[in-house]
Design a protein around this ligand. Sequence first.
Ligand code: SF4
Length: 341
Amino acid sequence: MKHANIAIFVPHVGCPNRCSFCDQRRITGVQAPPDGGAVRAACEQALQQMGEERARNAEVAFFGGSFTAIPREYMIELLEAARPFVWEHAFHGIRISTRPDAIDPEVLGLLRVYGVTAIELGAQSMDDEVLRLNRRGHTARDVENASRMIRAGGFSLGHQMMFGLYGDTAEKTIATARRLAALKPDTMRVYPTVVLKNTMLAELYEQGRYRPLTVPEAVRMSAWLLNYFETHGVSVIRLGLHASRELEENMIAGGYHAALGELCANELFRQRILRELEQCNPPLGKLVVEVAPGRVSQAVGQRRSNALMLEQRGYQPKFCPNRSLTGYQCRFRWPLSKQRK
Ligand code: SF4
């Protein structure tokens, strides 16, 4: 059954500084932090809407800030409100997101007592210069230390990475992905940088000191990262920011597309198809492109982009499912009369 989150946003409480790209209130659309009553109400409402069976697979998720850096009393108020729903097995567990420098053995012990099962770290980059330029206030070493403590504590470990930040390069992004994968996270969220109004990045952009990502750049790198993490056993649970009117109204530039995940899948199929063409060199004309079931529309591409690419090369493609294929694999077939001897 599909995993679900009861997402509760705690914007900016506990952040020791304002990172260059961040305006959580705009990203999440949440202006005021919730209290325990709001958490209980959200859980009860989700339980009613989901039904008991689906809820058992869902997590209460505290997102949007630096959960373990918020005042301890407030953190406990929120956890206490969520805990009964987990103890009574209404929900599977509690997920939180926090800063790498706000993890220590004492806070992990507390999180365990309150039923937290998964911890996501906002790592963003593993390049200390990029972290410094973007006012993250922590180092790559903090990400490594926190990741080890979380894994040793038996929690599910998640990482969030961002690319295209001020001072970032494709090489630094790839190096970040390698260092994060080496820490063996269970899940990954990948965000191409988006420039929001009233942020440091917006100022740098207006002064001509920062070049934001373009959408094609964001798609190409996201596709590379998706493929890299998946082939290293890391499940990518999010690509790009959630679409919202608030976000779209406050975005100035950057690698945002409401269907980024779909575009990445199209791109990975495009690359596979090109590789297959080179290896198989099929005769022009009718060409059957077989892909994993459920992936046909991704292989065809948005606005038939991959089908058009083949047509422009002289093929008449037909995309079909093949149960023996998985992921972004594809296989070509063409009429027997045209088989090469
Ligand atoms: S990115 Fe995280 S730590 Fe930085 S300001 Fe935003 S919520 Fe706070």
